[in-house]
Design a protein around this ligand. Structure first.
Ligand SMILES: [Fe+2]
Ligand SMILES: [Fe+2]
Length: 253
């Protein structure tokens, strides 16, 4: 590649180099290119294949990612897809130390799985939906609520608007209107305090010396997460496709 190439020529050249070396072609979903601010047309699979006739678009497992078992469990997703889970592990440990009931420990352990494995924006809503068929209704409700309640202080439990939000979003940031509307609905709900408890244990100031292993929560998961015997993604539940999207995030169709 030389320096006179434009950015898109360089991207094309890189794509070409990849498809020469590998016998598969990765075509990203629209959402990923939009997240790059890219409104261009999607890569043309036909044209790429014409340049490398032995290549195929990716329809099976992605060789760049760790292989997953045929019937993946929640723990497999933690191991092979969610990346470092330090934040939720520390949250769950915090909840254990505070004497919270098991289902709330599970809620703390799962509260950010969407940011860890799927999508950041509205992560409470996505995360709640992911686990809805497998956990107590209150756990789903609390996970959905935590991202809304994070923006609103509650003196009764000593929860303040996070200083990190002032820094990250700016001092004049105000939550979107639909968040505000949901807050008004949530604060009068019978499970308000469960959602609030996640925010209380949603700690951002980590002690680097505290190391928490997922194995510490194997029993809590076993008792409170209804792991489908067919594996997450293959149980014909209304959210199975969402788990499959994390197993094969670059599947062509
Ligand atoms: Fe969160
Ligand atoms: Fe969190």
């Amino acid at each position: 590649m030389n320096d006179t190439m434009t950015l898109s020529q360089r991207a094309d050249a890189l794509e070409q180099q990849m498809s020469d070396e590998l016998d598969y072609i990765v075509i990203k979903s629209r959402l990923y290119s939009l997240a790059e601010g890219d409104m261009g047309p999607p890569p043309n699979a036909g044209a790429l294949m014409a340049q490398n006739p032995k290549a195929r678009v990716l329809m099976g497992d992605d060789p760049r990612l760790p292989a997953m078992p045929e019937k993946p469990t929640l723990i497999d997703f933690f191991r092979y897809r969610f990346g470092p889970a330090t934040h939720v592990l520390q949250s769950a440990r915090h909840a254990v130390n505070a004497g919270l009931p098991e289902k709330m420990i599970l809620a703390c352990l799962l509260h950010d799985i969407s940011t860890m494995g799927l999508i950041r924006g509205d992560h409470g809503y996505w995360g709640a939906q992911l686990v809805e068929p497998y956990v107590d209704e209150e756990v789903t409700w609390a996970i959905r609520a935590h991202q809304v309640l994070r923006f609103y202080p509650d003196e009764s439990v000593g929860y303040e608007y996070p200083a990190s939000y002032v820094k990250t979003f700016g001092a004049d940031y105000r939550p979107d209107d639909y968040v505000e509307q949901d807050y008004k609905r949530m604060r009068d709900h019978k499970w308000y305090m469960s959602g609030r408890m996640i925010t209380v244990h949603d700690i951002y100031s980590f002690d680097p010396d505290v190391h928490v292993e997922l194995e510490e929560f194997t029993d809590v998961i076993g008792r409170n997460f209804r792991q489908p015997k067919e594996g997450l993604g293959f149980d014909n539940s209304p959210v199975a496709h969402m788990w499959r999207a994390m197993i094969r995030p670059a599947k062509y169709l």
